[in-house]
Design a binder for this molecule. Structure first.
Ligand code: AMP
Length: 139
């Protein structure tokens, strides 16, 4: 399937849709998931048109993963999380709902279950506070 730049992450990259941004460099952008499965749920996307893992240039993927690693460390520290889960879905059959490549960074705690995937929009003030907390842990 050809990349469709009407998707919401492409809109965020163009500045046509809002986002609670956490970090960005020339290659990738990190921002809060608006329907988080857990507090601190953050997304990292490449600043390039790729629908999924299979159609991104390897060097862009590498740069994006550097940002995943950096932001994941900041999320872990900001939420004092004993575990961090990285998730990445390819294709509707795998549960992908936004067709611009993205990595989920999700804090995990013993005994705390996830909320359902992409269901409930979180309060904006809460997300703004979380993004600030994570930014404070970044260089
Ligand atoms: P996936 O199902 O892996 O494609 O994940 C898409 C993710 O994007 C879900 O976790 C949604 O909650 C999240 N999402 C959808 N729209 C927005 C948005 N406008 N800003 C931030 N996150 C979003």
């Amino acid at each position: 399937m050809a990349y469709n730049d009407a998707n919401v992450f492409a809109q965020i990259l163009r500045g046509d849709a809002p986002a609670f941004k956490v970090y960005e460099n020339d290659f990738a952008l990190a921002f809060m998931d608006i329907m988080p499965q857990v507090d601190g749920h953050t997304l990292v996307i490449p600043k390039y048109t790729a629908e999924n893992l299979h159609d991104v240039a390897p060097e862009i993927l590498g740069e994006t993963m550097k940002v995943v690693q950096l932001v994941s460390g900041a999320v872990k520290s900001a939420f004092d999380a004993p575990g961090i889960m990285i998730a990445q879905l390819n294709g509707a059959a795998a549960g992908q709902t936004v067709f611009h490549l993205h990595f989920h960074i999700m804090p995990r705690f013993d005994g705390l279950d996830f909320k359902l995937h992409a269901r409930e929009v979180e309060d904006g003030e809460k997300l703004a506070g979380f993004s600030e907390r994570i930014r404070a842990k970044l260089p």
